[in-house]
Ligand binder design. Structure first.
Ligand code: IPM
Ligand code: MG
Length: 362
């Protein structure tokens, strides 16, 4: 590598600092990076009175990539319960996604062979699962007008054609890329609630119109409730799933269980050409286990691999991290979220798992 890539590190709350710290050790083994650490979420509220400051946004904008841990915790939830106007940690995450224009969230779901037994779902159902959730990330109900009027509350959901078009293109392009060198052709399943919602009807129309440019990609449309069911009954039939912000949030947590643990799922949030991406595990801040040294750092390490591949154009380095993680899982080492007590498994903490990944990279 010629010059050091600049990475803004937003460790956040709960287990965030532990898993991000572990991941930085792995990144340092792979190359030399120029890190800038900043606060986000609850810890930023404590320090600055807001979950995200302009200074942090500016530094993120001029970086090559952003690596994020997790935000939130009961401490701040309690404040909000007393005072609904109080800042919430999640505003930091939503704010940085919006500020950086990160409209596409990619959440790959591919159970590692070694973890097939850790999933609560039947092995024969999930074996062979290899899907990608493409979640729209800067629109819909998450960013609509919301408020209260007496004993009524509302959250508006809006989508424009432009917002739907660009995420549809991301999904079709991703499907094409995934199919390279594969026997099965590319497939996209667009998920909506077109039997009820107007935004979903616009979604479906627009995805169909974009599909004209991708005649090689097989497209089908599925209602979100049906998708929730199909995901657990026949997950291997999916290739790329593209859906709106809220549905993607829900379906990606469900899909995570196909991999054995929410602690395994990485994600990449991508914006416009040349803009920095943001890379974070799908799981949350897990305040119940924070500080105990038992958090699973693998989803963050795999998110760092996505950062190397999609954000910094270092695919070989990304492969190395992914192979190292696979090797550690093959060796039987398991953080408690993955530990089932089966033969060949050893229960281990964050630092032990991290050392094992580092040893694989040596
Ligand atoms: C996620 C999380 C966030 C979301 C929360 C923490 C705001 O659940 O990244 O999936 O809903 O997008
Ligand atoms: Mg979520």
């Amino acid at each position: 590598m010629s010059e050091a890539h600049s990475i803004v590190v937003l460790a956040g709350d709960g287990i965030g600092p532990e898993i991000v710290g572990a991941t930085r050790q792995v990144l340092n083994r792979i190359g030399s990076f120029d890190y800038k650490e900043h606060l986000i979420g609850g810890i930023s509220i404590d320090e600055n009175g807001t979950a995200l400051t302009e200074g942090v946004i500016d530094d993120c904008r001029t970086s090559d990539a952003v690596l994020l841990g997790a935000v939130g915790g009961p401490k701040w939830d309690e404040v909000v319960a007393r005072d609904p106007q109080a800042p919430r940690p999640e505003q930091g995450l939503l704010g940085i996604r919006k500020a950086l224009g990160l409209y596409a969230n990619l959440r790959p779901v591919k159970p590692s062979a070694a973890l097939i037994g850790s999933s609560p779902l039947k092995e024969d159902r999930i074996r062979g699962t290899d899907l990608l959730v493409v979640r729209e990330l800067t629109g819909g109900i998450y960013f609509g007008e919301s408020g209260r009027d007496g004993d009524t509350a509302h959250d508006d959901c809006a989508y424009s054609v432009v917002e739907i078009e660009r995420i549809a293109r991301t999904a079709f392009e991703a499907a094409r890329q995934r199919a390279v060198g594969r026997q099965a052709g590319p497939r996209v399943t667009s998920v909506d609630k077109a039997n009820v919602m107007e935004t979903s009807r616009l979604w479906r129309e627009t995805v169909k119109a974009v599909a004209v440019d991708y005649a090689d990609v097989e497209l089908d449309h599925m209602l979100v409730d049906n998708t929730a069911m199909q995901l657990v009954s026949r997950p291997t039939d999916f290739d790329v799933i593209v859906t709106e912000n809220l549905f993607g949030d829900i379906l990606s947590d469900e899909a995570a269980m196909l991999t054995g643990s929410l602690g395994m799922l990485p994600s990449a949030s991508i914006g416009g050409e040349g803009e920095p991406g943001l890379f974070e595990p799908v799981h949350g801040s897990a305040p119940d286990i924070a500080g105990q040294g038992v958090a699973n750092p693998l989803a963050t390490m795999l998110s760092a691999a996505m950062m190397l591949r999609y954000g910094l154009d270092l695919p070989a380095e990304a492969d190395r991290i992914e192979s190292a993680v696979d090797a550690v899982l093959d060796s039987g080492l398991r953080t408690p979220d993955l530990f089932t007590g089966s033969e060949g498994e050893t229960e281990a903490g964050t630092s032990e798992v991290t050392s094992a990944v580092l040893a694989e990279l040596a």
